[in-house]
Unconditional design. Sequence first.
Length: 367
Amino acid sequence: MDSASRYISLGKPNRADHLWRYTSWKKVHPTGDIAEMPPLGQPELSLGMMDGSEPPSGIRLEQGIEGDLDFSMDNALTNAFLHASAKSSQWTLVVDKGFAPGKPIILEIRPGDSPSVAHISLDIGEISEIELVTKITGRSEWFGLLRTGQIRNGAIMNDVVLGLQEKGTLLRSDAIAIGRDAQVRAGTVSSGSERTKADLRYIMGDPGGNIRVLGSILSADSMHLDHHIEIHHEAPETFSRLSWHSACGGSSRTIGTGMLTIRKGSKGADAAQIFHNLLLSESAKADSIPELEVMENDVVGCGHGTANGPIDEDQMFYLKARGFDEDSAKSSLIAAFLNSTLSEMGGTELHEWLVSELSLKLEALDT
């Protein structure tokens, strides 16, 4: 069955399902008519270094994708829609075995003004070491991004997706396999789109996989930013941490749902997740739902937690007593809150660059 037929056969998703409880499929569909598969354009993609120079040999974008998608999980509807829509908009990001450029690489995606979609498959070579930022910009009313692929054995990767659209809807779905002894930091920095629905899944099917999933989310006005994260431990001695920070202003709403699954036989697995939400106004809302599904008794540990609250008045008083005005003190505390996860997404150069990008958004948004 092709992807378009599969999408049609799946029908309307149930709002009782965990994935669609807070954001309906109709609200993130390009036209709102879920029976329709409208034609979607192709964004511009470019690969380069932070200074604008060409990347070294050992990394490249190739048109097209090999292999079939796995539609066995409950992200099948989103993935079937995006896969079918991106039939002529598919790329593979290839990183050669042992490649280590020493500096971050930027994959910039510019959707343009019209609705568009892209499918990017990651093929990260064994024992490579890379920092990659996927930067999404533009003013498109709708953009869809499907990311699939694998991070192979022994690779070390900092993989950050930076959403800086000026408006519109972002529909994103990730399904990434992590190889034996691979070490991954998967960061999401989100601010700008009016509505985001993201379904991020990481599968550790080989022993020794290690992943930290990190979120720095900034919402304002009437934004609705919904992130669903799943980490699957399907092999022994696997490790995961999920840390998600959202700062919510105006009448915006953020949603963070996390599912950590430890399959039978995944002895020695270690998993934990925490959500922190900073509420910047009385009308802002934040929902966090951490969940665990543990089917193996011999584990190192499994934990989860969540915390919501406003800016600490004692911290505001401290900063104002040292010369900060009200707005500067507030902005500094928001930046520090988001930086606690941002600082873990990469090395010093990448961190400084991410801080500068997010600071521009923080200055521009009326929180």
